[in-house]
Design a protein around this ligand. Structure first.
Ligand SMILES: Cc1cc2nc3c(=O)[nH]c(=O)nc-3n(C[C@H](O)[C@H](O)[C@H](O)COP(=O)(O)OP(=O)(O)OC[C@H]3O[C@@H](n4cnc5c(N)ncnc54)[C@H](O)[C@@H]3O)c2cc1C
Length: 235
């Protein structure tokens, strides 16, 4: 390995997001949650300081409470509600090798190359880059090559050619100007809670954000003080 040293974080952990979400969906369905897939939100019905329904491509959905958690699309979606949730899309890529030559047990961050390496159910995922190029999920092959070229420095058994047939995945991280998520109620709308802007940490922070949102919706005191995360801080 062409590395000078490394730091071991004993409390670091990792998971397979696909399996996590499938289990979560099942659990929620068992608890009576109804999913409406493929329904695009196109607007809102409002009455004074309350939202009464979301307009979707599958009809209006009325509710007592609404949670806005639409990632990089939150900024645009919140404009009709006259909120200010400035957001940049931080595009990242990952390549998952299904039969890796080396399969480390631990995940690692290769600092100079800015790539994260995660074993997932016998596969090995290499992810990285932070490309600020608007809401655009196209693949920039130069960026992907940057990830592939760096791998053998850290995992010498790999060759660049191992990645030739692997389809890169791209995703857009929702990044706020101050790097903090937007979590909480807004001054304008009494029955809206915002939960977005987690940038590079959405999977890790999802559980605590979920807990905070549940506390807010239940009228309880949030277990983490929310002023720094206020969705009104750029209004
Ligand atoms: C390469 C890469 C690696 C990453 N690695 C990690 C990691 O190791 N650990 C970690 O914690 N995080 C990681 N992240 C970050 C994490 O993926 C994000 O923070 C997280 O996905 C954000 O979740 P979200 O639910 O807020 O937004 P999204 O996952 O973007 O979900 C928003 C949803 O809203 C939907 N939506 C938008 N507009 C509408 C509309 N009008 N109507 C209906 N639906 C709509 C979208 O379709 C989407 O499903 C990584 C990201 C990338 C790109």
């Amino acid at each position: 390995m062409s590395v000078a040293g490394s730091v071991f974080f004993s409390k670091d952990c990792h998971l397979s997001p696909g399996r996590f979400l499938a289990a979560m969906e099942q659990e929620l369905q068992n608890s009576g949650v109804k999913f409406i897939w493929g329904a695009e939100v196109t607007g809102f019905e409002k009455e004074s300081d309350r939202i009464t329904a979301v307009k979707t491509t599958q009809g209006d959905i009325a509710s007592d409470e609404f949670v806005l958690a639409s990632g990089v699309w939150s900024d645009e979606m919140s404009r009709e509600l006259k909120l200010a949730l400035p957001m940049q899309a931080g595009k990242g890529y990952s390549l998952t090798v299904t039969q890796p030559r080396q399969l480390p047990e631990l995940c690692s961050i290769c600092t100079e190359a800015r790539i994260a390496v995660t074993p997932m159910d016998g596969t090995l995922r290499f992810g990285g880059t932070m490309e600020i190029a608007g809401i655009n999920e196209t693949i920039n092959s130069r960026r992907v090559r940057g990830i592939v070229r760096a791998v053998p420095d850290y995992f010498p058994e790999f060759k660049e050619s191992d990645f030739t047939d692997i389809k890169p995945w791209s995703g857009l991280r929702p990044c706020s100007p101050d790097g903090m998520p937007y979590i909480g109620r807004t001054k304008k709308w009494k029955n809206l809670t915002v939960a977005t802007g987690h940038a590079m940490m959405g999977l890790s922070l999802g559980p605590v954000t979920g807990r905070l949102v549940a506390e807010l919706l239940a009228g309880e005191k949030p277990s983490v003080a929310l002023p720094l995360l206020s969705p009104d801080r750029f209004a």
